[in-house]
Each structure stands twice: as structure tokens, then as C-alpha cells.
Ligand binder design. Structure first.
Ligand code: OOG
Ligand code: NI
Length: 463
């Protein structure tokens, strides 16, 4: 148990996500513009849809909406990844899910560090999508060795950050002052450095292997490459981007717009070209440019069961395999709509067919007691009788095909390399030094627990 002089991991995470957001707003001012756009869109969406407002207020999500963000980083070595795991653990963030991006032509595999418990998610769901470069996918052996040597030389954590991580592990937490210190020190790892650690020729060679390789290998640390606020109407936000000077990605990734949003929809403004400086034989070095950092928005819907996810994957594959229907095709959105007509779009159907996860609770009437409910009475019958309500459980994770689309559109488009790809979850976990959580098992447990509580409360009401 933790000492009362320690601040909670939730609190440290909130301080950190706020500090990251402030830093990124200064580094990439267009991200600030995006935050303002999303705030306007969300206010309108809540005004237009009182039912949505009621539901989000009821589940506690209304309060987390304005602070909600995810970010993304890319690291180069097992040691960097394993230390990140320890750093995020201080903030109550654990690795959830395994994403193999090599199948989509990006030489990385990834996880998301995020809180896993309901109360922690409500307090602040800050997530960091974290990718590990797969150097073994670089074909040229000499270049591969050179990249590994460059990575082996760098230190991405400050000595003080490492000290504070060890202290938190040893003592079980940090007091308020150390927590502030920790946040400042951790921030250094994710800061942008316009000075590359290599000369122009090395950068060019790595860039040719894959632009992502240059992005990971040539800098002092894993600069945060985007932050993502959550919007309640991603189509409105996407449509509003050009008027505020943002170069929006062509299509929204993920499922189409629906009455009952599922999983995750995402879009971004494209990465900006930034001036960088290379080392060189002469002291002056040389000037260059690097394109990696962007802004993203996301709209989250209900988490799907394994069955629901299989249906989603099947339909998405169907859309993408249609003639000429790469996501850049002009009628992509329309085809997506058409094919997804096969995915049930009422919460009742999603529950009855076991496609999505819900959090069940007694309604006021259910709580008032005095109503008879048989032990084995079907949940849908209890819902129909107004004794039980079912709130959709929000999807807190990511989607590999969408993530690949976000990567691609920010790497200049033409980066579709072919890899002899295979998922390598075990290799990833051994680099990480831990297993990743199975995200679907987490949602399942939340649903089961809520069902057990409802059954118990009904049994108590009858006793
Ligand atoms: C990560 C891209 C994936 C998402 O939201 O799916 C991602 C990256 O570009 O490093 O952040
Ligand atoms: Ni993202």
C-alpha cells in the first residue's frame, strides 16, 4: 500500500499529460489550433444531442473529455522500450495490446501504454502508442549495423529521471515535489531536438531504407510525434480543418459514421516540414529538413467482443480488397458505408448478438427494489422492464490498419515497402521485459463484473 505522503499515479499521469500537451502546443502551434477546433465541435455536438450529454455525464466521461489525449513515440532498442515501461508504470500506465505494423509496410511493432482500471481511465485515460523499430527488417546488413551502432550510443533518459523511476519503484510512489520533478525530467525524453546526431549522408541512407528508420535513429530521443484530442464528431472536425489552415488527411480511418459508434475513427493533419541541422566534417555541419510531426483527432465508440472484432476485420478487408478501393479512392467512404451496413447498428442488436461490450447497472427503479426478478431472467428482459440499463464500454485501444494509415499519410505517402512480415509478439515482449495485456480480456472482465453486481443487487433486493 502507498504512503499518504505520495501522490497517486493518476495525479502524476494528469500532470504529465498536461505538461506534454503544453510542450507540444509550443513546438507545433497547429496542434493548439486543432485543440480549439475540437473544443468547438464537441460543444456543438453536446448541444445538439442531449441524450449523448446525458449518457456521457452518467458514465463520468463528460469530465474526462477535455483532458483526454493520446500521443505516439517510436524507439530504437529493447533497452529504451523496457525503460519506458518502467517510466510509464510510475504514472499507472501499463502495456496493452500488440500491434504488428509490418504487415502494412511499416517496420515497427507496437503497444499502447495506458491505465487499465475503470477508475483510473475515468480520472485520465492518457495513452501513449509506442513503437519499436524492427531493425531486422532493414535489408542492407551494413546499414543495419550502422543504425544499431548509432542507437547504442544514445541515452534517451536523463540521469535524474532514471533515479526517480528507481526511487518510485523502491518506495512505492513519489511525493508531490518529486512527482513534479519526475514530470519535468520525463518531458526531456519526448522533447523535439532540431539537431540531428548524424551527418547528412547517413540521414539520407537511413531515409532511403525507410523514412521511419531515419526518424528513429537520427535524433537524440523519441520526440513525441503527435498528440490526439477526442472529438464527438470527427466528420465535422475533419471538414473544419481546411478553414483553419490545416492540411487534412484524405480519409477518416476506421469504421464509417454510424448511429452507434464502434471502436475508433481517426484522422490527422499532415506532418509539417521542419528545419533540422546535421553534424558534418566541418564544424558548421549542414542544414536539412525533416517531416514527422503532426496532429490527430479521434472519435471513440463501443468496444467490440472477439466476435464483433472478427466481423469488423472481415468487413474492412472486404472494403479494402474491392477493385481500386485503396483508402485513397474517391468513393472509399461510400463503399465503407455500404459494406458496413452488414454490421448491426442498434445497441440492442449489438448486445443480443454478442458483438459489443456493455457496463450493466440497476436503474433507479431497479435500485428502488420491490420488483421481482427471477435469478435466471435474461438481461434484455430486465432492460425491457426498465430495471437494468446498459452503457456502452468505450474502446480505449488502437487499430493496426488505422495506425498504418496514420503512419503512411505522415510519411509522405509513397512509403509502402514490402516486408517479409510476421507478428513477433514474443520478441516484442522480451524486449519490453513484460507481457502485454490482452485488451479484449480487460473489457470482458469489466462487463462480467458489472453483470455480477447487477445479479447480486437483484438477489439482495429479493431477500
Ligand atoms: C503512431 C501511429 C499510430 C494511432 O493513433 O493509431 C497512432 C506513429 O505515427 O508513431 O498513433
Ligand atoms: Ni495516434
Amino acid at each position: 500500500s502507498t504512503s499518504p505522503r505520495f501522490v497517486s499515479a493518476n495525479d502524476i499521469r494528469t500532470r504529465f499529460s498536461r505538461a506534454m500537451s503544453e510542450m507540444y502546443r509550443k513546438e507545433v502551434p497547429q496542434y493548439g489550433t486543432l485543440i480549439d477546433l475540437v473544443a468547438d465541435v464537441n460543444a456543438l455536438a453536446l448541444q445538439d444531442d442531449p441524450e449523448l450529454r446525458r449518457r456521457m455525464a452518467g458514465s463520468g466521461e463528460l469530465e474526462r473529455l477535455d483532458v483526454e489525449r493520446h500521443g505516439a513515440i517510436r524507439v530504437g532498442t529493447a533497452e529504451e522500450l523496457a525503460t519506458l515501461r518502467r517510466l510509464f508504470a510510475v504514472m499507472g500506465m501499463e502495456p496493452v495490446g500488440y500491434y504488428d505494423l509490418s504487415v502494412a509496410g511499416v517496420p515497427v511493432h507496437s503497444t499502447a501504454f495506458r491505465p487499465v482500471h475503470d477508475d483510473a481511465l475515468l480520472a485520465n485515460p492518457f495513452r501513449v502508442f509506442t513503437s519499436l523499430l524492427r531493425l531486422e527488417l532493414i535489408a542492407d546488413a551494413a546499414l543495419r549495423a550502422q543504425a544499431a551502432a548509432i542507437l547504442a550510443r544514445r541515452r534517451i533518459f536523463t540521469p535524474r529521471a532514471l533515479e526517480l523511476i528507481a526511487q518510485a519503484e523502491r518506495d512505492g510512489g513519489l511525493d508531490s515535489q518529486d512527482a513534479d520533478d519526475f514530470v519535468q525530467q520525463a518531458l526531456e525524453t519526448f522533447r523535439w531536438h532540431s539537431d540531428a546526431t548524424v551527418d547528412a549522408a547517413t540521414y539520407e541512407a537511413l531515409q532511403k531504407a525507410h523514412r521511419l528508420v531515419a526518424d528513429v535513429v537520427c535524433f537524440k530521443g523519441p520526440h513525441i510525434n503527435h498528440l490526439t484530442p477526442r472529438t464527438l464528431d470527427i466528420d465535422a472536425a475533419q471538414a473544419g480543418m481546411p478553414a483553419r489552415g490545416m492540411d487534412a488527411k484524405d480519409v477518416v480511418e476506421g469504421p464509417p459514421r454510424r448511429a452507434c459508434p464502434i471502436l475508433l475513427r481517426q484522422t490527422s493533419f499532415k506532418a509539417l516540414k521542419e528545419a533540422i541541422h546535421f553534424t558534418g566534417a566541418d564544424a558548421a555541419g549542414s542544414a536539412g529538413a525533416h517531416t514527422a510531426r503532426f496532429g490527430e483527432i479521434e472519435q471513440r465508440g463501443v468496444a467490440l467482443t472477439r466476435k464483433g472484432r472478427a466481423l469488423y476485420d472481415e468487413l474492412l478487408a472486404q472494403v479494402r480488397s474491392m477493385d481500386n478501393a485503396g483508402s485513397a479512392a474517391p468513393d472509399y467512404a461510400q463503399r465503407l458505408q455500404q459494406v458496413f451496413a452488414q454490421f448491426p447498428d442498434t445497441h440492442e442488436a449489438l448486445r443480443r448478438q454478442g458483438l459489443a461490450f456493455y457496463r450493466y447497472r440497476l436503474t433507479e427503479r431497479g435500485l428502488a427494489g420491490g420488483v421481482q426478478a427471477a435469478d435466471d431472467e435474461d438481461m434484455e428482459a430486465l432492460i425491457a422492464r426498465g430495471l437494468v440499463q446498459a452503457e456502452p464500454i468505450t474502446y480505449e485501444d488502437f487499430l493496426p490498419v488505422s495506425a498504418a494509415g496514420i503512419f503512411q499519410s505522415n510519411l509522405g505517402g509513397e512509403e509502402q515497402k514490402q516486408y517479409q512480415a510476421h507478428a513477433a509478439q514474443q520478441a516484442f515482449e522480451s524486449a519490453l521485459g513484460a507481457r502485454v495485456h490482452d485488451e479484449i480480456a480487460l473489457y470482458e472482465a469489466t462487463q462480467q463484473q458489472s453483470l455480477a453486481q447487477v445479479r447480486q443487487a437483484l438477489a439482495g433486493a429479493l431477500a
